[in-house]
Ligand binder design. Structure first.
Ligand code: ZN
Length: 366
């Protein structure tokens, strides 16, 4: 039953201030000009999918469907020093120089509005606060409900709606300030976490495990052979999956690969880049809410077994507002101690329900 485990959810309205204007001119690249020309021909207005309504949809759903054991908190903004553990100072100086302005940062997906830098530093700071709360024993697990997301942000550049790499900033903080020596980062967003992979590519103290929709799906990286380099060789695990992969495939790889990898690595902190775009109603892949529940229980069990349950999740993508809000709720229920269902192939539950509904019409029994 939910409620027997405590969960801190970190959230701050400041993160709603990141709202890039859709009519801001693109960087004038040849591709952008061509894309714009095509869109004009189709009479279609491009809108920024990573918008403030994502967080408000989740917060409203959680208010309407409260979960016992879940408490809401707000963390402080990340400092320049905290961010500089994973980003270069030249990149940070550029980002901070944009405070109060509107601009495109990367030609296809990432832009800022006047309040974006405050939102981005709050997102990274709330990820840090989530980690601090589990390491300090204030709660059994934590969820940083943040935006802009972070896992595409590289040491030197913004990409794919991401400005600052929130989960990487949180992991580095745990290592430098909280005495954590081995951090496991699980990234279950539908897109490959190229930025997080880059940051810890040669670091044997961070095990990065990423399930994602295979290239050429954005960002195009995350091939199985990308395994890290130098001392970090073998500490990057990429699992590219076909677009139709769903609950059964996810459960299989989390049980048969992640559990033994964690057993070998013995993390003292588990972080999750929790995107909700692998839901069947979102961008790619075919997870259901039940699938999210099962993979949540698997990472929770890993944290219980190796590090006194120290588990913090950080929101990444998720663009269908219904599956985003309900997905976060499903994950929080499990974190709070809720039951997990048995997973069946997609559609079997619906087939069983329909059979039960109709079958009595063909039976002589009352
Ligand atoms: Zn994503």
């Amino acid at each position: 039953m939910p409620g027997h485990r405590s969960v801190n959810v970190f959230y701050d309205d400041v993160m709603l201030g990141h709202n890039p204007e859709v009519d801001l001119p693109f960087i004038q690249s040849r591709v952008a000009k061509r894309v714009k020309h095509i869109l004009q021909g189709l009479d279609f207005t491009w809108s920024y999918p990573e918008h403030p309504g994502r967080l408000t949809a989740v917060m409203e759903y959680l208010e309407d469907h409260p979960i016992a054991g879940v408490r809401f908190k707000a963390g402080k903004s990340a400092t320049y020093e905290q961010l500089a553990r994973v980003h270069t100072t030249s990149y940070l100086d550029h980002i901070f120089s944009l405070d109060g302005t509107s601009a495109w940062l990367d030609s296809d997906t990432t832009a800022v509005s006047p309040q974006s830098i405050k939102a981005a530093t709050a997102a990274a700071g709330n990820a840090i606060a989530a980690v601090e709360s589990v390491v300090n024993g204030e709660c059994e697990s934590a969820f940083a409900l943040v935006r802009p997301p972070g896992h595409h942000a590289e040491p030197v550049r913004a990409r794919g709606f991401c400005l600052l790499n929130n989960v990487a900033v949180a992991a580095a903080h745990a290592q430098v300030k909280l005495g954590c020596e081995r951090v496991l980062i699980v990234d279950w967003d539908a897109h490959h976490g190229n930025g997080t992979q880059d940051i810890f590519w040669a670091d044997p103290d961070v095990l990065f495990f990423d399930t994602h929709c295979a290239a050429p799906f954005y960002p195009g990286s995350g091939d199985m052979e990308e395994i890290g380099a130098g001392f970090g060789e073998g500490y990057t695990i990429n699992v590219p999956l076909p677009e139709g992969a769903g609950d059964i495939a996810f459960e299989k790889v989390y049980r048969e690969l992640l559990i033994p990898a964690a057993e070998y690595f013995k993390p003292d902190l588990v972080l999750v880049s929790a995107g909700f775009d692998p839901h069947r109603n979102d961008m790619a892949l075919n997870l259901t809410y039940d699938g999210f529940k099962v993979i949540t229980r698997i990472v929770q069990d890993i944290a219980d077994q190796h590090c006194d349950g120290r588990l913090a999740l950080v929101l990444e993508g998720g663009y269908n507002l219904t599956s985003l809000a309900r997905g976060v709720h499903a994950v929080l229920e499990v974190l709070a101690g809720g039951e997990i269902p048995e997973l069946l192939e997609t559609g079997v539950n619906e087939a069983n329900e329909a059979t039960e509904f109709h079958l009595s019409a063909f039976s002589d029994d009352d």
